[in-house]
Write a protein that binds this ligand. Structure first.
Ligand code: ADP
Length: 483
């Protein structure tokens, strides 16, 4: 039976299987980015509550990791099924705190459940090896063991699925986890915890601590009981957390910023490329780390692509994500919209031409118009920074090697997109692009089956695929002698 929205909307933290306030009793207000109205409060927790959650996770570890893989599978399968049964209230809670259109929120719940479901299954196959030995009378055994207590810090742009793809593999292999969700979007995380409880995840195995990052973060990175940190967020914060984890040598997965190139060649199917660029750029109002950040279009089709793209983007319906037919919601907060505005003003002042949008939306608040800019040139800030808004800068290129050079001219290396019908070029591009992920003739690529992650300053580690399971496993070598 699906729960109602009210019973999934939790305004307390979840530590060691109990719903609790902050020790101090203090709370923080959370607002709806579409209206600016307060939707509720959450406890303002700090180091002491975090420490208790870590200790509970440590205490819960032996029993959870000793369970049969099939027993953990049963619990996680139930959790994923509960997410799908409750997709409507979960999606509505997400729209309220995050702003994305309801259909996108449902898509996110679906993929989050799919990550948990897939890892429940995958963990039953975390095989080891028996290796031909170097010495008679011995055997070499290589086995996989859970890393132990994990800490997770997640962002606001995917407030549910970013958690699912960390907690899914972690719990499936027998780790326990303490999560700190983004301050803007605590309710999706707490709703997941409510369903975990309902599914039978034992107390202490998954806790959610909400509050000030500056107080919670150092406990997560400094406490020696935590053996792994998994983080999705900005590159500067990722670097800082990596440095903090060095003291206790924690295992790390970092999914950081991107600066995705979206490259369209003369030989591409232009309509398909426009469609792909729409999905890649404007999903979540441009607030994803794999959003097309720079659109490079070959000279022969530049004008026709620009015209068709601007026409398609003009069809987006901006508004409150809970209203029917809305395809583009607000930006997350005032800082976000000020940043997007600043990047567009900078480009305009350096000669960019606005062929669509280019300013705040008449709805006011945190709404920005879907925007397409042409005449983009080096030196404009939006080529170097993650835009994180509904703004597509178009830049013309002549030759294939120019596209490669421009695309790789960034410290980031998360996702890249290429549209071409030439098979040889598709291979050459996929090999030459310094990115962890390359989508050829597709605009969306995240899925539980595939390893999502970046190279260079976009991070370390992978989420998804069997590689995503390795992130929560240690390799143990046992030499058996006396045989
Ligand atoms: P964004 O700018 O997209 O919000 P951040 O990297 O700042 O990206 O935030 C991603 C996550 O990292 C959030 O949960 C945020 O609270 C957390 N975070 C930010 N600063 C710190 C910090 N100093 N220590 C630990 N976590 C942090």
């Amino acid at each position: 039976m699906p729960l109602d929205q009210a019973s999934l909307f939790r305004q307390l933290g979840y530590i060691d299987g109990a719903w609790v306030p902050a020790d101090s009793g203090a709370v923080t207000e959370i607002d709806d980015p579409a209206t600016g109205k307060i939707i509720g409060t959450v406890p303002d927790m700090g180091a002491a509550e975090t420490k208790r959650a870590i200790e509970a996770a440590y205490k819960a570890l032996p029993a959870w990791s000793a369970k049969l893989a099939k027993e953990r599978y049963d619990v996680l399968k139930r959790w994923a099924a509960l997410m799908m049964e409750n997709i409507e209230p979960l999606a509505r809670i997400m729209v309220l705190e995050q702003g994305k259109p309801l259909a996108e929120a449902k898509g996110e719940i679906t993929i989050g459940a799919a990550y948990i479901d897939w890892y429940a299954e995958e963990a039953r196959r975390s095989y080891g090896d028996i290796v031909p030995t170097h010495k008679s009378g011995t055997r070499i055994l290589v086995s996989r063991q859970p890393v132990g207590v994990c800490a997770a810090i997640t962002p606001w742009n995917f407030p549910s699925s970013m958690i699912a793809r960390k907690v899914g593999p972690a719990l499936a292999v027998g780790c326990t986890m303490v999560l700190k969700p983004a301050p803007q979007t605590p309710y999706s995380a707490l709703a997941l915890a409510a369903l975990a409880e309902e599914a039978g995840v034992p107390k202490g195995v998954f806790s959610v601590v909400v509050g000030d990052a500056a107080k919670i973060g150092p406990e997560l990175t400094g406490n020696p009981l935590v053996r792994k940190l998994t983080f999705t967020g900005s590159t500067p914060v990722g670097k800082m957390l990596m440095a903090q984890c060095a003291a206790t040598m924690k295992k790390l997965s970092l999914e950081l910023g991107g600066n995705a190139p979206f490259i369209v060649f003369d030989d591409a199917d232009v309509d398909a490329a426009v469609q792909g660029a729409m999905a890649s750029k404007y999903r979540n109002a441009g607030q994803t780390c794999i959003c097309a950040n720079r659109v490079f279009v070959q000279a022969g089709i530049y004008d026709s692509f620009a015209k068709k793209y601007a026409e398609a983007a003009a069809g987006l319906k901006v508004g409150n994500g809970l209203e029917a037919g809305i395809t583009s919601g607000p930006l997350i907060d005032d800082k976000a919209i000020a940043k997007v505005e600043g990047l567009v003003e900078d480009a305009k002042s350096k000669g960019a031409k606005v062929i669509l949008g280019g300013k705040r939306h008449s709805l006011g608040g945190r709404f920005y118009e879907p925007t397409v800019l042409t005449d983009i040139k080096p030196g404009m800030r939006l080529l170097d920074e993650e835009i994180f808004g509904p703004v597509a800068p178009l830049m013309k290129f002549e030759a294939e090697e120019d596209a490669v050079r421009l695309a790789n001219d960034t410290p980031f290396g998360l996702a890249a997109y290429v549209y071409t019908k030439d098979l040889g070029r598709a291979f050459r591009m996929s090999e030459a692009l310094e990115y962890g992920m390359v989508a050829v003739n597709e605009g969306i690529l995240a899925t539980p089956e595939a390893p999502f992650g970046g190279i260079k300053e976009s991070g370390v580690g992978r989420e998804g695929g069997h590689q995503g399971l390795d992130e929560y496993l240690e390799t143990k070598y046992t030499l058996m002698g006396g045989i």
